[in-house]
Design a protein around this ligand. Structure first.
Ligand SMILES: [Fe+2]
Length: 345
């Protein structure tokens, strides 16, 4: 991508997006609310449950997504909400079955650049992430600028290079928890301004036809997860361009801090190496992710992503940080390990 792709060119002036913006609405109740808190049916079906890091990421070994019953599907939503992202390998699920499975969790969402209404085709990229105006490899939550940004999001890889194209997922719940109480208090009072404008410009200038006009939208900088009732940051450097309550330089420095906080969080991160048939199922509300571009034949990477509408992001002051939840678990004599790995009450 070159810097010209960020500009307001003749092509941008001439372009009219065909579809209207989406209004905020209340989506169906999160399926995780219907799950057995112990997730017995799902976990019993796995040959192995492998927690990949303390804070984020679990791999379920020996489970086929195509074979899940209704109870197991709901329990998977809860596991994803708690662990941020759940991984699978060697899946036999077809695209049609992936569409059906996605529908179980809510109303199918559609990225503004998505041509097929049912899925996005994710491809390989060879961008220079250090180039001016190139944000393609940056951390983000998928189209967080929407009124109802996606909640559960699934990416199934059809083909992958032997190496390269890994995806990194970072827990925003843990990112918020690692801040000092003073910063936590300040950030709880702020709203991030999420913008799709630069992505829209890049998209039109590259010859694509986004079906919705660009938008700016304010969301709480700290949001509450409706299922776990935990606080998490709702920040990402791809789409958050300003902090609504701050003056210009205050916002710039705060955003720089947040970006460094996110990029320095190797301890709150899981890096996933894809194989054909691998699936990542993540909670886009509380996880930031980035796919690493370059260094491989990009024609060898292709995946199918589906997502559902989440609730309008909200902040509940009575919700808890991760540390408060862990402390409560200790006070209640619950094993530390259990609480750490399963955040719900
Ligand atoms: Fe993404």
């Amino acid at each position: 991508m070159s810097a010209t792709l960020t500009g307001i060119t003749e092509r941008v002036f001439a372009y009219r997006a065909p579809d209207p913006q989406l209004e905020v609405f209340e989506p169906p109740k999160d399926r995780a609310f219907f799950a057995d808190p112990e997730k017995k049916a799902l976990l019993a079906a796995a040959k192995q449950v492998r927690h990949l890091t303390p804070y984020i990421g679990t791999e379920l070994i020996g489970v086929q997504l195509s074979q899940l019953n209704e109870a197991q599907k709901d329990e998977l939503a809860l596991l994803v909400a708690e662990r941020g992202v759940v991984f699978f390998r060697n899946q036999d699920i077809t695209l049609e079955q992936q569409h059906e499975l996605t529908k179980h969790y809510g109303i199918q969402d559609r990225d503004p650049n998505q041509q097929d209404p049912r899925h996005v085709t994710i491809i390989g990229r060879d961008n220079d992430i250090r180039a001016y105006g190139d944000f393609a490899g940056e951390y983000h939550a998928d189209h967080s600028h929407e009124a109802n940004p996606p909640a559960y999001t699934m990416l199934r890889m059809v083909k992958t290079p032997e190496f390269g194209g890994d995806t990194i997922f970072t827990s925003q719940t843990a990112l918020f928890d690692k801040l000092s109480p003073s910063f936590q208090k300040l950030f709880e009072s702020l709203h991030g301004v999420h913008s799709s404008e630069h992505q829209f410009l890049a998209s039109v200038n590259a010859g694509y036809q986004p079906f919705r006009a660009p938008q700016r939208r304010e969301h709480p900088l700290v949001r509450t997860h409706p299922v776990t009732n935990l606080k998490s940051l709702f920040y990402n450097p791809m789409f958050v361009v300003h902090i609504a309550e701050l003056k210009g330089q205050e916002a710039i420095h705060t955003l720089n801090f947040l970006r460094e906080h996110l990029h320095a969080a190797d301890d709150l991160t899981v890096r996933w190496k894809w194989e054909p048939g691998s699936v990542a199922f993540w909670d886009n509300r509380v996880v930031a992710h980035r796919a690493l571009p370059g260094g491989y034949d990009t024609s060898l990477r292709e995946g199918k992503r589906t997502a559902i509408f989440g609730e309008a992001p909200f902040f509940d002051p009575s919700s808890e940080t991760l540390s408060e939840r862990l402390k409560k678990g200790k006070d209640e004599q619950v094993g530390d390990e259990t609480v750490k790995l399963h955040f719900s009450n």
